[in-house]
Design a binder for this molecule. Structure first.
Ligand SMILES: [Zn+2]
Length: 581
């Protein structure tokens, strides 16, 4: 379990590496990169390409003008970390989005598509949360992961502790890849000779090789560690207490507001530094707790935060991360850029949360959060950033769809403005697919009467309307299963759409769980949980009622439903009935 993440070679043996990571900086300066961001393998067109590790395919891209040409992205979750591999310049892809693949499974054939001047495979490796100076968020050198198992020294019985929040690095220098942030006081097992490591503790310019509890290995600066767990963080001198109606406190850094007084409870909001938090209850009693490790304060949720409604307007913050002084003015805020067209949402979650805006790829977004913390979150799966657009609109965006650099010109795909689009309507509940064929994956469902904006020339689209065998590329409808993988566009069969929305829909079907069941973010068992409707809860099916009746009780079919509380998501059709049971 604690072994290092390994990559199998993506090409047949013997692999021939034609360009290593970081090579040819002169060719990459124009992209704002320090060098080649991956490893190239010299292989002929049609050569087999294999998955480097077990994982899930989360993106299959056609040749649409992007620099990587036809390419596949696979996500690998290992010991709580997320790695991603990208296989680029392919001639064809043999897997589809959401497909699970095994290490060594053939997933594609090599080619020469995109920004490539000869058949080869380009492999990029990302570790979500890591950063290598001069490269996009998460990018790391794949070679150390590909080479033969290196001799990692055995864990010793010595444990050391960071004296401050500290970077875990891939090598013993400050210029090497940053793998993760370590918390102050986090226990780290020393790898190799404990006696030698002990003499280095506290020494400038010395490094110690360590392993985290989750198995991640790396190096830490010896001058930021000690042999005992650090005590409580030094607290601010308590100001002279004045008689107060309500105690106002400020987070010392971006701080989780939780639904209970413990770190084991759910986060319901984030309090930003310099944002006043009013403590609930007796101000003198609250003041006595400020700065005390292990104590919690109940506060009103700050206005800029989301409230998912679980607990109304109040929550708990760690008393040792607040102070009565707002502190110095914040340093300049971080700016991030969507890596593709992106939804801005009211709350930091994908589910049951209609977008409040659409952000084109590359829009500069100001992050309203501690800039250092924001930079750490960029690129991380399941993290969210509270941002502001140039127009002043605010909301939450998925941190794993933004980057710290503006996108390269080659990555921007010109499109017709939405205003010039043809709007069509599905004649019945219709699959939106990730390619123009029935053999591709379903990425959303378009419901009748739901407007679909066709991408591209409206006149050309109009001429294909109703034609059997023709496909139209459309933007995904707002309440669809947008899990992000397919981006924001998909394909619908042109013979199932029309320009007329048609007659008003008949009343929607209601179904009832035959036992307590899970409601998911997308129509798959692997979809994230968004709710758990109890046995016999009436669920309104947002689909053509005639079609929904056919699906009820069928194995491997899913229904998009709404609970009486207005929560929406997907439920397994084989766990519901048309009547209460
Ligand atoms: Zn390359």
């Amino acid at each position: 379990m604690t072994g290092k993440f390994r990559l199998r070679w993506p090409v047949d043996a013997p692999p021939r590496i034609t360009q290593k990571f970081g090579e040819n900086p002169q060719d990459y300066a124009k992209f704002g990169q320090a060098g080649h961001e991956g490893v190239d393998f010299g292989v002929p067109t049609g050569a087999n390409i294999y998955a480097c590790a077990d994982g899930e395919v989360f993106d299959v891209r056609p040749e649409d003008g992007n620099a990587y040409g036809i390419h596949v992205r696979v996500r690998h979750r290992v010991n709580g970390h997320e790695y991603r591999t990208v296989y680029a310049h392919l001639s064809s892809v043999l897997v589809s989005e959401r497909q699970h693949v095994r290490a060594g499974e053939r997933i594609a054939l090599a080619g020469n598509t995109g920004n490539s001047c000869g058949p080869h495979l380009h492999l990029t490796l990302k570790l979500v949360g890591a950063s290598t100076p001069g490269y996009p968020a998460g990018v790391v050198d794949p070679l150390p992961y590909l080479e033969e198992e290196e001799e990692v020294p055995a864990p010793s019985d010595l444990t050391i502790y960071p004296t401050a929040r500290l970077r875990l690095r891939a090598g013993p220098t400050t210029s090497s890849t940053q793998l993760a942030w370590l918390d102050r006081g986090e226990p780290l097992t020393v790898l190799g000779d404990a006696a030698a490591a002990r003499t280095r503790v506290g020494q400038e310019e010395q490094w110690i090789r360590v392993r985290r509890v989750d198995g991640m290995d790396g190096f830490v600066a010896a001058w930021y560690v000690q042999l005992q767990p650090p005590g409580p963080a030094p607290s601010e001198p308590t100001p002279e207490p004045a008689p107060l109606e309500t105690l106002i406190v400020y987070a010392t850094e971006a701080l989780n507001v939780r639904n209970g007084p413990s770190i084991g409870t759910s986060r319901i909001a984030i309090a930003l530094p310099h944002e006043p938090l009013s403590a609930v209850g007796d101000p003198q009693a609250a003041l006595a707790l400020v700065g005390d490790r292990g104590e919690w304060l109940q506060v009103r949720i700050p206005i800029s935060s989301f409230s998912s409604g679980q607990d109304g307007s109040k929550g708990y913050v760690a008393a040792w991360y607040v102070q009565t002084d707002p502190g110095p003015a914040p340093s300049s805020l971080a700016t991030v850029y969507p890596t593709e067209d992106l939804n801005m949402r009211r709350w930091p979650t994908v589910s049951a949360n209609p977008p409040v805006g659409r952000l084109p790829q590359g829009t500069p977004l100001t992050v309203h959060d501690d800039p250092e913390r924001a930079r750490v979150l960029v690129g991380r799966y399941d993290e969210w950033l509270y941002v502001e657009t140039p127009e002043g609109q605010r909301g939450w965006v998925a941190a794993w769809y933004v980057q710290l650099e503006p996108p390269r010109a080659a990555e921007l795909v010109p499109e017709l403005a939405l205003a010039g689009s043809l709007i069509v309507y599905a004649t019945e509940a219709l699959n939106v697919r990730n390619g123009p064929s029935t053999g591709t994956s379903r990425i959303a469902i378009a419901l009748p009467h739901e407007p679909l904006a066709v991408v591209g020339d409206p006149r050309a689209a109009l001429s294909r309307l109703g034609q059997w065998g023709e496909w139209l590329q459309v933007r995904l409808p707002a309440p669809s299963t947008d899990s992000g993988q397919g981006g924001n566009k998909g394909y619908v069969a042109a013979w199932y759409v029309q320009t007329d929305p048609g007659p008003a829909p008949s009343p929607l079907l209601t179904v009832y769980p035959i036992e307590d069941m899970n409601m998911r973010e997308r129509p798959a068992i692997s979809g994230s949980l968004v709710g758990q409707p109890a046995h016999n809860t009436p669920l309104t099916v947002h689909d053509d009622p005639a079609r929904a009746r056919v699906l009820v009780g069928r194995y491997d079919e899913w229904l998009y439903v709404e609970t009486p509380e207005g929560l929406r998501g997907w439920v397994a059709a084989w766990y519901v009935s048309q009547t209460p049971t």
